[in-house]
Write a protein that binds this ligand. Sequence first.
Ligand code: GLU
Length: 274
Amino acid sequence: MAFVTRFAPSPTGPLHLGHAYSAMLAHDMARANGGTFLLRIEDIDKSRCRPEWDAQIYDDLQWLGLSWPLPALRQSHNVAAYARALSALADFCYPCRCNRADIRAALSAPQEGGLPVGPDGLIYPGTCRHRPLSEAQATDVIRLDMGKAMRSCVAGYRDNDQILQLDGAEMLRSVGDVVLSRRDIGTSYHLSVVVDDAAQGITDVVRGSDLQEATKIHVLLQWLLGLPTPVYHHHRLIRDDQGKRLAKRDDARALSKYRAEGATPADIRRMVGL
Ligand code: GLU
């Protein structure tokens, strides 16, 4: 069986130990399975991406000893494919004009125990759900009607050693009507990832367990778009000394910092437990 995987960083900050772990694990798995490791640059959010971070990704990964076929796919070059996928999902979509304050106000009525939060933040209360897509304005985002989408979905997938099934009630409760197209970029992380994983023939996605909830959205979108679902391998997260997950802004753990201090790729492997 072919094994094709990818590492898909966004050039919005320096790669840190957590990225190194994810990339090396994916690369090792591809090599062990006689497969292919791809790099994909997830640069749709132009306001947060910087060319210097882009260059640093290539430099850091090469330094780690990883290689991949060139050129790497850049999401900013693939926006037409995301627009086509969005049109294909039209029956399940609606335009939404609510801003964060509107959503907060609509949710804050009689909620017990805090506001409901999903993988993308507050779970949308559905205020604009009745609006037809034909009424969409340039200032609207496009949301997925989760209830409607899940009524037509019986998707299952493999997550590590488990076979899981998407559950309608749970998707409504813990994910809700996610944004598929942001007003500034005309797509979203979820939509672009699903389109690209299929276009690149990804058979196995290796990613951190922080994306386990997002994976459910991806499996649903694959189902709705008639795309194959890869096998998902969610790995443990690399944490700092306080047990906190490393973030992009966590420059202290940037790979470039370890490099500057004289660490070798073998040291990095040891530090992340590979
Ligand atoms: N660009 C995403 C990130 O850096 C990709 C993760 C993924 O889809 O595996 O978190």
